[in-house]
Write a protein of this length. Structure first.
Length: 303
């Protein structure tokens, strides 16, 4: 259910990051703007409010993307859709790098709190708000929306930023799989709690978002269980992934690209025992990176 390039078109490119807009954004934009217009004397303020909200979301996503690049990860796409934005970030598989890539998004909203507060009060001091009630409603709404986005994103419900921050913090102590397992369990509980809360306050929007979060939490929980299985396999200490330094599990977990039979390239010097094809690249089951077989030798790694 996460938006992809499909169904979206490219708005612009900034610092090598493509910003896409999903078609469904327009549907919700029309609906949202129509509900906001009655709050203003002049309808155009409702449009501005929605556009500024999306500018804030966009800045938040750029926070993720640029931080991810800073720590050596890849981030080249942001998709804006009705539930906000999604920055496609792949930080290096280390807890510190992941923590920074995730925390940088909400940090943008933290920085915006005093900025927007300052603008609101400067406008008040200059007497501009006394002349335009629309401007007052507009500035107050923008200020509140930013605080609300910050608080909501920090809820520890995986995959919200708060849930991912919790996961990265646990990663330092529990390792990659167990931290994800713990964070997604908290996410599942939180997701159910949010749905309950949505029913109590009768918010369809929150109900929909909570369902979306819950289904994502569930998928990530399953993924964590698979990761855990891989983590628990016996390892070949004489080899190590050149990217994450994890030793590969021993067993037929790789597939020959030619005959599609499973085999263990670390037992056969990377030669398929069925068709004799030599595998020149090996995928790391821990971090997913693909590297030449010879770079996995633990003894040559540190040279
Ligand atoms: Zn975020
Ligand atoms: Zn690896
Ligand atoms: Zn083969």
């Amino acid at each position: 259910m996460t938006p992809t390039r499909q169904g979206s078109f490219r708005l612009f490119q900034l610092w090598g990051i493509d910003v896409h807009l999903h078609w469904s954004w327009f549907v919700l934009a029309v609906y949202s703007i129509s509900t906001r217009i009655p709050h203003y004397g002049a309808p155009i303020w409702g449009v501005w409010e929605y556009l500024i909200l999306f500018l804030i979301v966009l800045m938040h996503e750029f926070g993720h993307a640029l931080a991810c690049r800073q720590v050596g990860g890849t981030a080249d796409q942001i998709v804006l859709w009705p539930l906000g934005g999604v920055a496609y970030v792949a930080p290096p598989p280390r807890p510190g790098a992941t923590l920074w890539s995730i925390a940088a998004g909400p940090l943008v909203n933290v920085v915006l709190v005093p900025v927007l507060f300052g603008i609101l009060h400067a406008a008040k001091a200059s007497g501009a708000l006394a002349q335009s009630r629309d401007l007052e409603v507009f500035l107050q709404t923008i200020y509140r929306m930013n605080v609300w986005l910050l608080v909501f994103n920090l809820l520890p419900v995986y995959p919200l930023d708060g849930g991912q921050i919790l996961r990265s913090l646990l990663w330092f102590r529990l390792g990659k799989a167990r931290s994800l397992l713990a964070a997604t369990v908290v996410g599942l509980i939180g997701g159910v709690g949010l749905i309950g809360y949505a029913v109590v306050i009768q918010s369809k929007w929150l109900g929909f978002v909570s369902l979306f979060l819950l289904s994502n939490s569930w998928r990530s929980f399953q993924h964590a269980r698979e990761l855990r299985k891989v983590e628990q396999l016996p390892r070949r200490a004489e080899f190590a992934c050149p990217v994450c330094h994890a030793s590969p599990p021993s067993g037929d977990f790789w597939r020959c690209p030619k005959c599609r039979q499973p085999f263990d390239p670390f037992a056969t010097a990377a030669q398929c025992p069925h068709c004799q094809t030599i595998l020149d690249q090996t995928t790391c089951p821990d971090c997913g990176n693909v590297r030449p077989q010879r770079s996995w030798d633990a003894s040559i790694r540190d040279i």
